[in-house]
Structures are given as C-alpha cells and as structure tokens.
Design a protein around this ligand. Structure first.
Ligand SMILES: Cc1ncc(COP(=O)(O)O)c(C=O)c1O
Length: 473
C-alpha cells in the first residue's frame, strides 16, 4: 500500500473516477443533507488502532458507505447554507495532481515552476481586480488567514507608536477580523464596531466619529476594514469613500472580499466594486466564488514590500545562497506559512480551463437566482424579505396566514423551527442569521448548477415543510 505498483495505482484511480462520475452524475436527485447523529456515524467506523493494513477497495467502501451518505452535499444545487462553494471536477483532478507532485512552495528553488505558476495566477487575480502593476500576494488557506496576514502588514505599515492600536470595521464584518486582532495581540476590544445603515453598509459618519473620538483619547487608529460583500447580507461598503477617510486619517484600508470580490467578473455587479482597486490589501477566497474546493484563499497587497517587512525572517537553515532576485523569491517572506501546498494549480486550471467569460456568466447566473428569489418573495403573501438582496445572498422569512398577527417573537420562533425542519427534510438547505434583532432564513447562491427553478423549489419546500410543523409550541 505504501508504494503501489503502476497497475495497482491505475486500478485505484479507475475506482475513484468511477465513484466521482457516479456521485456528481446524480447529485441533483440526492438530498442535500440527511439528519444524523454522531454516535451512528462513529458506529460505522472501525475504531481499533490499525496495526496491519487494509486494501484500497476496503478503504473506498468505507468512504462510499460510511462517509458519503453522512456528509452534507455541498455541490448540490440547493445547498444555500453559509458561503459554500460546490467544487468542480476540474479542481478535483488538479488536487490529485497537486498531491502527486507534492511541491512545497516555500521558496523558488524548492518548487521553481509551481512558484512561477502561483506568481502568474496571482497576477491574473490582480488584473481581475484592477490593482496596480506592483501589487502582489499569495495563496493562503482561506479568507481568515488572508485577513490575518493583511492586518499584520497594516500594523507594520503604521510603525511603532505609543498607545493602543485601533481597527475600524462595520458591525456586519466577519468574525475573522476580531480573531486576527486577538491573534496579533491587538485585542478584539480594539476592533471598533461601526454602525451600519438600513442596507447594512458601514455608516461613514459613524466611522469618522469613532476615529476622531479615539484620536482624542490617544488611541492609535491604524486600519479600516471595508467589506466587499458581508457574510450576512452581501452588503458592499462605500469603498471610494472609505479610501478617502483612510487617506485623511493615515489608515491602512483593507478590503474583506472573501465572499464577494470575484463578483467583479459579472457585468451587472462590476460597478458596485468601484474603489476596490484603491485598497492597501484585499482578502479573497477562490474557494468561495471561483467555485473551487477548499482550501484556497488569497491575499493581495498594494505594496508587497510592506508584507515582506512584516513576515521576512532570517535563519541559517533557510538562507538562499547564490541566486539572483527572481530565483531567490521566497513566499515565506510574504505570509504566515512556511510549508505551502500547490494551491495555485487548481486556480490556474480553473481560470485557464474555464476562462473569465464563462466564470462571469456563472456568477451572473447566481446573482439572477438571488434576485429571482427576492421577486418571488415580494410577490407572495406568505414570505417577506428581511434585507435587500446583496449580490447572491438573500435573507427572508416565512409568515403564513395564521402567523400574520402574531408577535415578532412568535414569527422568529416559527422560522427557527422551520429552518431545522427544512434542513432535516433534505431537499433544500438554508442557514440563518439575525438582522435588527429578528431571526432570518439566510441563503447564498454560490453554485454554477443552481437554476431559477431551484429558487422556486426552495420556496415550495419551505411551504411544504411548514405545514408539518405544529402552529405553536
Ligand atoms: C466575508 C467573509 N470574510 C471572511 C470569511 C472567512 O473565510 P474562510 O472561511 O475562508 O476562512 C468568510 C467566510 O464565510 C466571509 O464570508
């Protein structure tokens, strides 16, 4: 098993590809999710510490029978929960090739062509976003790590000043920003939550008021986070205005585009991102709206030399000897990780294999699905929107006739029970959020397989499942 023959490898590969084509082939006919219990799953797994070996067919059988049926099917067209990409067959093959080559992209000499491919692919992303020619960055595990790396660079740019550092971000900002502040020793209490308007965008008057108050109290404002698609509602903060405020107060502007930024590829959304290219850094997630499987996030810095000043370390065991600039290039100088897998291969294969036009059309299709859902909800008498549709996220709730005159709390309770029942039913999958203290059903279309018809099925699923609920508890 450790070193199989070429025939064995071929047989394993054929079985895996057979599984993959069967699985992806009839995905739509399967439920998104089935209700399950931890103990039932554990019972199916042999828990004895393996001392001898098992053959490949046996391993694949466990995967097929004990793992797959007890997983949520993220590639399903009605998987609307969280911010979940479906993955693509192309990237699954790229991941196989990545692990086969097992390149470790620490420094140029360790993986010359893979490093070049990452630099090329990062430059394509830079161009997609419209960043300056000198901008650069790298792939990381996800948006959280990209946010962390960018905030570390922002702190470096501010230099050593006496006083507590402060970051500004709207109250709708993803929790990875507070986590980054904790990890970097800035402290989550020094992330100032700025108020949002009725469309859940940052209120720039409150941003300026908070910065001004902090300066008066001798804090050190150093960074403002602008959202290019919030996780709750898909809101895009006013990017150009934030740039102007950041300039006025000498702040680093970081854009969290983990969910939304690749929507610049869709014609109808491009205008919403004006000013994005002016940021000092941006976090993106190809494993969200480029449809790729986890894990691949990305951080781009306007001035990579600041990241280099943040992350570069000299150690005798990593010193690069006798190389010219390009061949001495070290990724460990630009981000937190040393060993790094060849994430660029799947991004490159997707961009090159699918092309920007088709990707833009797929994203456009996702936006259209969310807008279709919104128009169905607005035209109905038993659903209501809780927030305007931002990009491909929709927040709404079910208010059937018998609940019309009930308290907001009763409507919240009903929708909470409805969400659980919908997830257990398995035909469609939503997640939840709270907006203005009200519970909301929350969906995000992030799948090139999802159609307008799926949005209609979702509402019908909710109506059908709602009828099975007791009207009060
Ligand atoms: C806006 C936003 N930022 C950051 C993240 C964190 O990304 P990741 O899960 O890749 O770490 C998410 C995840 O959903 C997100 O939606």
């Amino acid at each position: 098993m450790l070193d199989p023959s070429t025939d064995e490898m071929r047989n394993w590969g054929n079985s895996v590809v057979q599984f993959m084509t069967d699985y992806l082939g009839d995905l739509r006919d399967r439920g998104v999710y089935r209700h399950m219990f931890s103990r039932a799953i554990r019972k199916r797994l042999d828990s004895t510490l393996p001392t001898g070996g098992a053959d490949f067919d046996e391993l694949l059988k466990v995967f097929r029978e004990a793992i797959v049926p007890f997983s949520r099917h993220n590639a399903h067209p009605r998987m609307f929960g969280y911010v979940q990409s479906p993955g693509t067959a192309l990237a699954a093959f790229a991941d196989l090739l990545t692990s086969t080559l097992n390149a470790n992209l620490t420094v140029w000499r360790s993986a010359p062509a893979p490093v070049e491919l990452e630099r090329l692919t990062i430059d394509w992303i830079r161009q997609i976003l419209g960043f300056n020619a000198g901008a650069g960055g790298l792939f990381v595990s996800g948006g959280s790590m990209a946010n962390l790396a960018a905030i570390a660079a922002a702190r470096q740019a501010k230099g050593d000043l006496p006083g507590r550092l402060r970051i500004y971000a709207s109250s709708e900002t993803h929790f990875s920003i507070a986590k980054a502040a904790t990890l970097l020793g800035i402290g989550r209490e020094n992330v100032r939550h700025v108020a949002v308007d009725e469309r859940f965008k940052i209120r720039t008057d409150d941003l300026v008021a908070k910065i001004t108050a902090d300066l008066e109290a001798r804090y050190v404002p150093f960074c403002v986070i602008a959202n290019a698609g919030t996780v709750n509602t898909g809101a895009i903060d006013p990017l150009s205005e934030i740039r102007e405020i950041a300039n006025r107060f000498g702040l680093w502007m970081h854009v969290d585009g983990s969910y939304g930024a690749f929507a610049v590829l869709a014609k109808s959304a491009r205008g919403l991102f004006a000013g994005l290219e002016q940021a000092d850094s941006i976090a993106l997630d190809p494993h969200k709206w480029l449809y790729l499987p986890v894990d691949v996030g990305c951080v781009i810095y306007r001035a990579p030399e600041i990241a280099q000043a943040t992350f570069a370390h000299d150690a005798d065991y990593t010193r690069v000897i006798g190389e010219k600039a390009d061949e001495a290039f070290a990724y460990w100088d630009y981000g937190p990780e040393l060993s790094r897998r060849f994430r660029a291969l799947k991004v490159w294969m997707l961009l090159k294999g699918v092309g920007l036009h088709s990707l833009g059309e797929a994203i456009e299709g996702n936006l259209a699905c969310a807008r279709h859902l919104e128009s169905l909800v607005r035209a109905s008498d038993d659903f209501e929107m809780v927030a305007p549709v931002g990009l491909s996220i929709f927040c709404f709730r079910h208010v059937p006739l018998h609940l019309r005159n009930q308290s907001p709390q009763a409507i919240d309770d009903f929708n909470e029970r409805l969400l659980i029942a919908l997830q257990r039913d398995g035909s469609s999958y939503l997640s939840n959020t709270t907006l203005g203290e009200r519970f909301a059903l929350r969906g995000c279309v992030l799948n090139y397989r999802t159609t307008l018809r799926d949005m209609e099925i979702l509402l019908n699923d909710l109506r059908r499942v709602a009828k099975t609920l007791p009207t009060s508890v």
